[in-house]
Design a binder for this molecule. Structure first.
Ligand code: SF4
Length: 388
C-alpha cells in the first residue's frame, strides 16, 4: 500500500515518456501524433528532447529518482542507439534512476529484425514492446503494416533471446473478423511465449484514413455487441494460457512483468512528457500540473528553445479526481475512494456505487473498489457514474 500525504504525485511512481513521432509509413488506423520519416530531422529533434529534459530537471529539483522511462511513438526503434543511450544517460544524471528502473522501447518487427539488439541493451533498454498487430497476412495488409506474419514471429523470437521482459501488441475486432479466427490467432500469439500482451480493439477515429473510408461507407466497423463478445473471448483465451488481464487491455504472466511505466499512469503518479504532442502530469507545490507539448516537430523545437520554465496548466481538484478515478479503475489494483474525498471533499455517491455493484460491474472491499470483468468492458461508463 502506498502511503502519501497527497492522493497523487511521484510517490505513486515517476516516469519519463519520450515521444518519437516519425514512422516509415503511416498506418490507416493510426490516430497518434505521427509524421512520415522522410520528413524527419533527427538531430534537431534529439537536441530538443535533451534540452526539454534539462528544462524539466531545473523545475523538478525535489522530485525523486525515475522509476521508468518509455520511448513511444511513432516508431522510436528508428532512433539511433547512440541517441537513445544519450537520453537515458542524461535522465540518469539529472534525476537518478531507481535500481530496477524499467526502460521500454516500442519497436516495429522490421526494425527488430535489422537492428543490433545488443546496441539497444547497451544503451540501457530493459524491455521491448513489439507492435506485431496481427499474425495474419491479410489482416496485416488491411492494417497497412509493412511486415508479414512470418516477420512478426521471427521478430518476437529474436527479441525473446535478448530481452526476457518483452510485450507484443495485437489489434482485434477488425471488420468482419470471425471469433474462431481471432481465437486461433490469439492462441498462436500466446504460443510465442511473450510474458506481456497488449490487446487492443480496433477503434476507427474520424481523422484517420480508416475514418474517412468508414464515412464513405467503404469500411463497416464491427458492431459493439460483436466487439464485446470478442473481448470476452480474449479474456478466456488469455487466462487459459496463464496471462490474465491486469488492466482493461493488458495481460501479463506475472506481476513482475506488469508495465511499471503504465502503472504510474493508472496509479496517479507523475510523468514527464517529452517530444511533439507529449502530455505530462507533474506535481509542484502540491498542485497537479498538466503539460502538453506542441504537436508538430518544428513547433516543439521552437517552443523548447524559446521558453526556459515549464509551460503547463493547473488541473482543478475536480478534474484531477475524475482523471485519477478513470485511470485508477482500469487496473486490477482498483481504486481507494478516499483519494477522491481528499481532493474534492465529496465522497463517491453511495447509491451509484450500489447500483454498479448490483449490476455486477464493481466489487467493493471497504473503501477500495475494483471493476469486475464485465465492468472492465464498461470502464468509462462506471467511472463517469462514480465521478464527483
Ligand atoms: S507504426 Fe504505429 S505509430 Fe506509426 S503510423 Fe503505424 S500505428 Fe501509428
Amino acid at each position: 500500500m502506498i502511503s502519501t500525504a497527497l492522493p497523487f504525485g511521484p510517490a505513486y511512481g515517476f516516469g519519463l515518456y519520450i515521444h518519437w513521432p516519425f514512422c516509415t509509413k503511416i498506418c490507416p488506423y493510426c490516430d497518434f501524433n505521427v509524421y512520415a520519416a522522410k520528413d524527419r530531422d533527427n538531430d534537431a529533434l534529439v537536441k530538443a528532447l535533451s534540452d526539454d529534459l534539462a528544462r524539466h530537471a531545473r523545475t523538478l529539483e525535489s522530485h525523486p529518482r525515475l522509476s521508468s522511462i518509455y520511448f513511444g511513438g511513432g516508431t522510436p526503434s528508428l532512433m539511433a542507439p547512440k541517441d537513445i543511450a544519450g537520453l537515458i544517460q542524461q535522465a540518469e544524471t539529472l534525476f537518478g534512476l531507481e535500481r530496477d528502473t524499467e526502460v521500454t522501447l516500442e519497436a516495429n518487427p522490421n526494425d527488430v529484425l535489422s537492428a543490433d539488439l545488443s546496441a539497444w541493451s547497451d544503451a540501457g533498454i530493459t524491455r521491448l514492446s513489439i507492435g506485431i498487430q496481427s499474425l495474419d497476412d491479410e489482416a496485416l495488409s488491411f492494417l497497412g503494416r509493412d511486415h508479414d506474419a512470418v516477420g512478426a514471429q521471427r521478430a518476437v523470437e529474436r527479441v525473446a533471446r535478448h530481452f526476457p521482459n518483452h510485450s507484443i501488441d495485437l489489434i482485434y475486432a477488425r471488420p468482419g473478423q470471425p471469433p474462431e479466427d481471432w481465437e486461433k490467432e490469439l492462441s498462436a500469439a500466446l504460443g510465442l511465449g511473450a510474458p506481456h500482451l497488449s490487446l487492443y480493439e480496433l477503434t476507427i477515429a474520424e481523422r484517420t484514413a480508416f475514418g474517412k473510408r468508414a464515412k464513405r461507407g467503404e469500411l463497416i466497423p464491427m458492431p459493439d455487441d460483436d466487439q464485446a463478445d470478442l473481448y470476452e473471448l480474449t479474456q478466456q483465451v488469455a487466462e487459459a494460457h496463464g496471462l490474465p488481464a491486469y488492466e482493461v487491455s493488458n495481460h501479463a504472466r506475472a506481476p513482475e512483468m506488469y508495465s511499471r511505466h503504465n502503472l504510474t499512469y493508472w496509479r496517479g503518479g507523475d510523468w514527464i512528457g517529452l517530444g511533439p504532442g507529449a502530455h505530462g502530469r507533474l506535481t509542484l507545490d502540491g498542485q497537479r500540473l498538466v503539460t502538453h507539448a506542441p504537436l508538430r516537430p518544428g513547433d516543439y523545437r521552437t517552443a523548447v528553445s524559446s521558453t526556459d520554465g515549464l509551460a503547463g496548466e493547473k488541473l482543478s481538484p475536480l478534474d484531477n479526481a475524475r482523471e485519477l478515478l478513470a485511470l485508477g479503475l482500469r487496473s486490477d489494483e482498483g481504486f481507494d475512494t478516499t483519494r477522491l474525498q481528499k481532493l474534492t471533499g465529496i465522497p463517491v455517491p453511495a447509491d451509484a456505487m450500489s447500483g454498479m455493484k448490483e449490476a455486477g460491474l464493481l466489487k467493493q472491499d471497504g473503501r477500495h473498489i475494483t471493476l469486475t470483468r464485465e465492468g472492465r468492458l464498461l470502464a468509462d461508463r462506471v467511472a463517469a457514474e462514480l465521478s464527483p
